[in-house]
Write a protein that binds this ligand. Structure first.
Ligand code: PHE
Length: 503
């Protein structure tokens, strides 16, 4: 029975440690680097509204499901699914879901670490005054030069991976737990200080109102690169699911769902902890921190009359302009990038943990050996991201290659070639793989596991709470994920994969 199972990897010293570690995983580059720019791209408060809806309606019940699977299975995601499926006489192939989750986490870490490396480099740059009195063009060329310089990126990516691996190799209590206990309070303190600074910029109200500015037009209708709304052949605005899909994908990404993290963290959690309570707290902390990040960043952007719709470059190309001009800009800028680094670190140690536990169980090796193996593989994969970060689209890469091979006149009219490798990897993961693994997890806990098993694990005799959760994982989450996913997919295929006529 499940009561006798123990985790061979260790246990948290208490449920508060789980809360900190899960919050550390949830709060990351997603909250501080990605959230403000996806909000900017998708219509401010209108996007946030859907994001929060998905976060609590689908994300939270899925996070509870993952923790439940881990706590009952007490092993890596792969073996936890295997054990639970066997226990309820179901197909052991469900172990695959654990494998896909762990591999996805691993893929995310490979590019996450590259961006985290950039953040480290920017911490040093801000501190040493590289941005002081630079024009927007100057800052942009610092960014372009840096991204076009693979050696520099590789060096920082390597440093970040080494730090991550050292922490993970030290184990659950001495590595993960100690680190989050130290870092999470620092993250919160820095954010509060940044918000306090933003209040003093004079554009705080403008920044804050952006978060509640419900621009549904921007969320629902397509625009071209310059921001002009596209019209269809009848002269009407073109409806798009992109914004809604992005809101759902980001809700999964920010809660660290679909990559096995909450499963392994759940497997270190004591039996008597209420999964519901601790997961609700994590979702709340994550949401509050994302909103605080918005409150810290938008007012600065507005008070220097910069644009919020800068995409991934927002914190690297827009904010440094402000840091370069404001008084104490070196200090404020470096503290801001330090914040991003710390947030990235507590997510990175979570991202690699599922793969490490799996290797330990499968290959019967020590934690140190498993961490080295997983770390080196992830580091190597990161090199692919480094080359795609130079910003070259697939089309440019193929043309460059083509000019060597003398095939530069090949006909590539599919728009997918206008994307960069980074956009493809990030899009594939957040918009396709995470929703699909989320869907399968909902199916597993809702339909495959016996209600006696999931009920026994999830609640402490609270039948009503269990019933709500069950309805969500059985019906609401799968239906919503499927509808949004299919609609998004059809749109994406017609936009990027269909052969475009020459105009
Ligand atoms: N939640 C993290 C963020 O918002 C990213 C992450 C995803 C971390 C999955 C762990 C697992 O940045």
């Amino acid at each position: 029975m499940s009561d006798e199972r123990e985790s061979i990897h260790g246990e948290w010293s208490g449920s508060f440690s789980f809360f900190l570690a899960a919050s550390g995983a949830a709060v990351g580059l997603g909250n501080i680097w990605k959230f403000p720019y996806v909000v900017g791209e998708n219509g401010g408060g209108a996007f946030i509204l859907f994001y929060i809806l998905f976060l609590f309606l689908i994300g939270l019940p899925l996070m509870m499901s993952e923790v439940l699977v881990g706590r009952r299975g007490r092993q890596s995601p792969v073996n936890s699914f295997y054990i639970l499926a066997s226990e309820d006489q179901q197909s052991r192939r469900w172990a695959w879901l654990g494998g896909i989750s762990a591999i996805t986490g691993f893929l995310i870490l490979s590019y996450y670490s590259v961006v985290a490396g950039e953040v480290m480099a920017y911490t040093v740059r801000a501190a040493t005054g590289s941005f002081t009195n630079q024009s927007a063009d100057g800052i942009q060329s610092i960014y372009n030069d840096f991204r076009a310089n693979p050696e520099g990126l590789l060096a920082w990516h390597t440093i970040f991976m080494v730090i991550t691996c050292i922490i993970v190799a030290r184990g659950v209590r001495h590595g993960l737990e100690k680190t989050v206990k130290l870092i999470l309070p620092v993250i919160i303190l820095i954010l509060i200080a940044m918000v306090a600074y933003s209040v003093s910029t004079g554009s705080f109200i403008e920044g804050a109102s952006y978060l509640v500015d419900f621009d549904f037009k921007k969320l629902f209708f397509s625009r071209d690169k310059t921001g002009i709304y596209l019209l269809n052949s009848h002269g009407e605005y073109q409806f798009t699911f992109k914004g809604i899909l992005a809101a759902m994908g980001h809700a999964f990404f920010t809660l660290s769902i679909g990559v096995g993290v909450m499963i392994v963290f759940g497997s270190y959690l004591a039996r008597n902890t209420s999964i519901t309570r601790v997961c609700v707290s994590v979702a709340l902390v994550d949401t509050i921190i994302a909103l605080l990040a918005g409150l810290a960043i938008f007012p600065i952007v507005f008070s220097y009359e910069l644009s919020v719709t800068q995409g991934p470059g927002l914190v690297f190309t827009t904010l440094p302009i402000a840091f370069g001009t404001m008084s104490y800009g070196n200090l404020i800028g470096s503290v801001f990038f330090l914040l991003l680094f710390l947030a990235a670190l507590t997510s990175a140690i979570a991202l690699i943990e599922p793969a490490v536990t799996w290797l330990i169980e499968k290959k019967k090796i020590t934690r140190v050996q498993a961490t080295i193996k997983a770390g080196v593989a992830c580091w190597a994969l990161g090199i692919v991201s480094i080359f795609s970060l130079s910003g070259a689209t697939l089309r440019q890469l193929i043309y460059n290659l083509g000019s060597y091979l003398d095939i530069s006149d090949i006909d590539i009219r599919h728009r997918i070639f206008d994307l960069t490798g980074f956009q493809i990897l990030d899009g594939l993961i957040t918009l396709v793989i995470l929703p699909l693994t989320g869907l399968l997890i909902a199916v597993f806990v809702g339909w495959i596991m016996k209600p006696e098993s999931s009920g026994a694990e999830l609640n402490c005799g609270k039948a009503f709470q269990y019933r709500i959760w069950q309805i969500v994982v059985r019906y609401v989450a799968p239906a919503l994920i499927l509808i949004i996913f299919i609609a998004g997919l059809i749109e994406w295929v017609s936009k990027y994969l269909l052969y475009q006529p020459v105009l």
